[in-house]
Design a protein around this ligand. Structure first.
Ligand code: ATP
Ligand code: MG
Length: 328
């Protein structure tokens, strides 16, 4: 992609935990398994997958909140992989986050005006008057009356709190928003309003976005492209239209059925069980279509899109022929 806003190359990360009942021995848990993907300037990229597959870990790596291996380049700036402490201010301005629980992200003791002004204060932007003007304009932009400036968060509804969070995230005019389950805690109609707000902001500001959700249906409606994640790997990557209307991977098909109301019927077990394995397809234990060879070698991503269409890459042996070509 020539106009990439975000380039992620071979991103892997691990968590160190103490094992329960194992005499407190340190256990290294791999979480992200060599993820390579790009997000274009002004593109809304949806990352979807079940709980525990590593979506937040990927988002937090982009935000510089956790250490990782591999490369992350955002708008031409390479991020130091040691995490936030060494993050440059320039990079911090380019990427901002909106999280699931808007209440938890905001200091209840401060007014909305103070909270929204804070990023500008930290970065030493503008005079007091200029900052207040910017806060007023931002409140308007996220659909709130400037009168909300004097309120505190306990006086706001869930949807209004999320609007304030989005406003805070936009104060520094970032190029990328990482929205991690940003509508999951809201009821359906308020969630839909926030999705519309993201859509408007994307159109008016040309914002790029990593939109993380467990719901393929929600992601389809907002995003240009979708990555389907499982056990720290991308199993399918393509335009929202292609992934949603003709999913290539058995896991995407199961997720789609789940998003449309049925249970994850053909698959059982938990996505976080064992996290990613060293050998074979990561989905093999749950795959309804598995073959004897699927547990032995790891499938690579292959493009199943017709020649003129944008790529739709799928990591599944069912799509490989003996000659290594795509099965129609
Ligand atoms: N700080 C941590 N220490 C140890 N393990 C962690 C830590 N954070 C996450 N994990 C583990 O890493 C895996 C991926 O977690 P992550 O939060 O990235 O998943 P997720 O896809 O965002 O899930 P959800 O949809 O529930 O938010 C999980 O197995 C989780 O238990
Ligand atoms: Mg998460």
């Amino acid at each position: 992609m020539s106009n990439a806003l975000v380039v992620i190359k071979n991103l892997s990360n691990t968590y160190r935990t103490r094992s329960y009942g194992g005499f407190g021995r340190e256990v290294i848990r791999p979480v992200l398994d060599h993820i390579t993907l790009e997000i274009g300037q002004g593109e809304i990229f949806g990352l979807v997958g079940e709980s525990g597959c590593g979506k937040t870990s990927l988002g937090n790596s982009l935000l510089g909140l956790i250490a990782y291996e591999g490369d992350i380049i955002i708008d031409g700036l390479r991020q130091n992989h040691q995490g936030r402490l060494k993050r440059s201010k320039a990079l911090a301005r380019k990427v901002q986050a909106v999280f699931q629980d808007p209440g938890a992200a905001l200091n209840p003791a401060k007014t909305i005006g103070w909270l929204m002004e804070e990023p500008l204060r930290i970065h030493g932007i503008g005079t007091k008057q200029e900052r207040i003007k910017k806060v007023d304009a931002m409140l308007h932009r996220v659909g709130l009356d400037p009168g909300y400036k004097t309120r505190r968060i306990h006086e706001l509804s869930g949807g209004q709190k999320q609007r304030v969070c989005i406003g805070c995230a936009l104060m520094l005019e970032p190029k990328l928003i990482v929205a991690d389950e940003a509508v999951s805690s809201l009821d359906v109609s308020v969630g839909a309003q926030i999705l519309n707000l993201f859509q408007d902001l994307h159109q008016s500001l040309g914002l790029g976005m990593l939109f993380i959700s467990h719901n393929l249906h929600v992601v389809y409606h907002l995003c240009h492209r979708i990555g389907v994640m499982y056990k720290g790997q991308i199993l399918e990557l393509g335009t929202a239209q292609a992934v949603y209307s003709h999913p290539g991977h058995p896991y995407t098909q199961a997720l789609l059925e789940a998003a449309l109301g049925s249970e994850l019927s053909d698959v059982s077990g938990q996505p976080s069980e064992g996290l990613y394995q060293k050998q074979g397809c990561s989905f093999v234990a749950r795959c309804p279509w598995k073959r004897p060879g699927c547990g032995k070698t790891t499938p690579r991503l292959i493009n199943i899109a017709p020649p003129e269409a944008p790529p739709q890459e799928v990591r599944c042996f069912l799509l490989h022929t003996e000659e290594g070509k795509v099965k129609k």
